[in-house]
Design a protein around this ligand. Structure first.
Ligand code: B12
Length: 464
């Protein structure tokens, strides 16, 4: 059979026959590991073609027998459009990934088949059933088990590699043991974590180019495994980035080994500088009072920190945007991924918001963390949207980008500074392209003589 695997793209990022131009945001384009993994799980007798709609138009005239689509929630609307088109053309449509797993009934109403969870044990069976002409509408993975079966990804099937910062994406383990209420990974893997066999990971690392990435959600989730991996990598002279919790700064040995293994950048979920927000999200292992010192420590080890932050949490008032900007300026954070609080399907956060009837938008295309889909507790949805846009635009103001990059060059080194510069310029380009400006709702309140609510439960920061 011929199998066409698609990664859909959001409207503003999509390449189509009409809009053939690929936006210049290579730094935010990498991996495609979901599809290169599914391709690698496909028995050799089938032909596989991968299409990433972020870099090439979908071929609606393909003669594929099976069309498999991977999608997260923000891409569900597009995935359903594609499924409907390909069904009309007579292909068997298969859904997989986070959204169909956590929302399988909905996905079943758009696709012939929904694969829930990991595909290592189910995908070969799905294909065999399609070939025999008798398949089920849903397949559930019997995992979690050990990850021995994870195949070497078919990176060779990715065309247009020049549009990615890297397609050398290695996953050392899956899941995360933490129970953060907003997190889809925790929901998907039932707050558990498993590591892959170290030898298999090392084989992938060896084939990766000099600079690559680990797409783990928390590369230090299994400390012993991480230590062994870092020790093995110390002599390899590779450079890599990944994600982890800020607790890496509490472990001198682990931090030092990560740096010696070639780590130059970490994405860390700081989320909020307000401890009440963190407690409400079950993320108390983050301590806002120690953020600045910990980030400085990670920077001194030669590692750039990109922060993930959320606004619109229940203890956030209209002053949160200014406070966050001040915090980000005062600490050594090199780049920011800002999220407007978004209750993703399958998470405890969504349940909370459904019970409180505070979800105001159910259009999945808006579940990209850039749209306000909730009724916040201490401000209006418009204030949340304006403030988030303002904070993002302010953080990526050109003078701040230049100053920040120079500071990282002095404090952390060449590679981390280069990483920061390129990330900053890409986020800046994206914000300009989408005309994101916003305004500070607290300033608007001050102007009107209204009192800005005092900050409760927030850490205070001194200049460092
Ligand atoms: C790397 C990554 C990215 C990369 C690359 C994404 C890509 N498509 O390759 C980039 C930077 C582009 C990215 C961007 C974003 N991401 Co992201 N990303 C990830 C991350 C960390 C790893 C993805 C990965 O490679 N996994 C490894 C593969 C092997 O696992 P998998 O996808 O689960 O695939 C397995 C099964 O699910 C199944 N499967 C998957 N697809 C299919 C398809 C078929 C047909 C079949 C049969 C099976 C199948 O088989 C696979 C093998 O078992 C995940 C977290 C995670 N743990 O997966 C978040 C994650 C997917 N991202 C997420 C989000 C929210 C985003 C952003 C919105 C973030 C932001 N604020 O901008 C953007 C959206 C960009 C966009 N509009 O397209 C969320 C999605 C939540 C949700 N419910 O939708 C996740 C889960 C992170 C999280 N903690 O919540 N991301």
């Amino acid at each position: 059979m011929k199998i066409y695997l698609i990664l859909p793209a959001a409207e503003k990022l999509r390449v189509s026959e009409k809009r053939s131009w690929v936006p210049l945001r290579k730094m935010l384009r990498f991996s495609v590991l979901s599809l290169t993994t599914v391709a690698a799980l496909t028995p050799a007798e089938h032909e596989v073609v991968i299409c990433d709609e972020n870099v090439e138009p979908v071929d609606f005239d393909t003669d594929a027998d099976v069309v498999g689509i991977t999608f997260m929630t923000g891409l569900a609307t597009r995935a359903y459009e594609l499924a409907s088109q390909f069904k009309k053309r007579g292909a068997v449509t298969v859904a997989g990934g986070f959204h169909p797993t956590l929302n399988s009934e909905e996905a079943q109403s758009h696709f012939d088949i929904v694969v829930c969870g990991e595909a290592e044990d189910t995908w070969p069976k799905v294909l065999a059933d399609i070939e025999s002409g008798s398949f089920h509408s849903v397949y559930h993975s019997s995992f979690p088990s050990n990850l021995d079966h994870v195949p070497f990804p078919r990176r060779d099937l990715l065309r247009n590699k020049k549009h990615y910062i890297t397609t050398d994406a290695v996953q050392t383990g899956r899941g995360c043991q933490h129970k953060c209420r907003f997190c889809s990974v925790t929901a998907f893997f039932n707050h558990s974590h498993r590591s892959r066999p170290l030898e298999k990971v090392m084989k992938e690392v060896e084939t990766a180019r000099k600079i690559f990435m680990f797409v783990d959600d928390n590369i230090i989730a299994d400390r012993e495994f991480a230590m062994q991996l870092f020790k093995r990598m110390a002599a390899m002279n590779k450079k890599w980035v990944s994600q982890c919790s800020i607790t890496i700064a509490d472990d001198d040995e682990l931090l030092e080994m990560a740096a010696r293994a070639g780590c130059i950048g970490l994405f860390i979920g700081i989320e909020s500088v307000n401890s009440e927000n963190l407690a409400a999200m079950d993320k108390n292992f983050n301590d806002p009072g120690s953020y600045a010192a910990k980030i400085q420590k990670i920077n001194r080890a030669g590692i750039h920190v990109q922060a993930g932050m959320i606004v619109g949490l229940d203890s956030d008032d209209v002053g949160v945007f200014e406070r966050n900007l001040k915090f980000l300026q005062e600490t050594g954070i090199g780049a920011l991924q800002l999220a407007i609080l978004t209750p993703q399907p399958g998470t405890p956060l969504r349940k909370d918001f459904e019970e409180q009837e505070r979800i105001i938008d159910n259009n999945w295309a808006h579940y990209d963390y850039r749209h306000t889909v909730i009724q916040p507790k201490q401000m209006t949805p418009e204030q949340l949207q304006d403030g988030a846009d303002w904070l993002y635009a302010q953080f990526y103001r050109l003078d701040r980008v230049v100053f920040r990059s120079l500071k990282i060059l002095c404090r952390t080194g060449f590679y981390p500074a280069l990483l920061a510069w390129r990330l900053n310029m890409t986020y800046r380009y994206d914000l300009k392209r989408l005309n994101v400006k916003g305004h500070n709702p607290a300033a608007a309140l001050q102007g009107s003589g209204d009192r800005v609510p005092p900050a409760v439960g927030n850490a205070s920061f001194s200049r460092i």
